[in-house]
Design a binder for this molecule. Structure first.
Ligand SMILES: CC(C)(COP(=O)(O)OP(=O)(O)OC[C@H]1O[C@@H](n2cnc3c(N)ncnc32)[C@H](O)[C@@H]1OP(=O)(O)O)[C@@H](O)C(=O)NCCC(=O)NCCS
Length: 167
């Protein structure tokens, strides 16, 4: 999960996003037209991977979220306090530009998101992601996330698991 040739940083609104193409039109359109407004309204945060020449190679978004306790697998839910939901952080979007796919950047962005959440002083039980299709879900399964029993395109990783994997 390392891609040392990239620098990952919060999105700078001055960066030219028009050339970003991940192969997913909704993810590209969101990044080019909508993300700045969402950042301004504090409904999302966005982080980008910059290549050696400053070009945008990938991005992900994070926002606070929650998971209903009843939606978690029973084996995990039964170990948690009986609140209706547990706090989480949602990675709503993750995309890598076509030119940079297959060199470890998607995994590096996921790892960066987990480290960023673990570094926060605000508690969250898990990272949760929305996969756009089965191929994206397979990417997350490959990285150890678990699908919610009620929705195979919503996956999560307990941050205790992430901490153990990373350290
Ligand atoms: C999914 C995506 C982010 C993967 O990025 P990437 O940089 O090409 O992937 P990486 O090179 O980091 O792959 C890391 C590992 O995941 C594996 N992998 C990549 N895509 C996979 C998939 N769809 N299913 C299973 N494994 C996958 C790779 O084989 C690699 O395995 P390894 O570390 O054991 O060698 C990228 O293809 C993309 O942007 N797709 C379009 C948007 C999208 O589907 N986003 C997902 C969230 S909705």
């Amino acid at each position: 999960m390392t891609a040392p040739q990239f620098r990952i940083a919060p999105l700078d609104g001055q960066l030219d996003r028009s050339g970003f193409h991940s192969g997913s039109t909704p993810l590209d359109t969101y990044f080019q037209r909508q993300v700045s407004q969402d950042i301004k309204r504090r409904v999302t945060a966005c982080f980008v991977a910059l290549g050696a020449e400053g070009q945008i190679a990938g991005y992900y978004t994070l926002a606070s979220a929650s998971i209903n306790l009843n939606d978690l697998p029973e084996s995990i839910g039964k170990k948690l306090p009986r609140y209706p939901s547990v706090p989480a952080v949602r990675m709503g979007r993750l995309a890598v530009d076509e030119r940079f796919k297959g060199c470890g950047l998607g995994g590096a962005l996921l790892s960066n998101a987990l480290r960023r959440i673990l570094a926060s002083e605000i508690a969250a039980f898990a990272l949760v992601v929305d996969a756009k299709d089965d191929t994206a879900a397979d990417f997350y399964l490959h990285h150890g996330l678990i699908a919610l029993p009620s929705s195979k395109l919503t996956l999560f990783m307990p941050l205790a698991t992430a901490k153990a994997l990373i350290s």
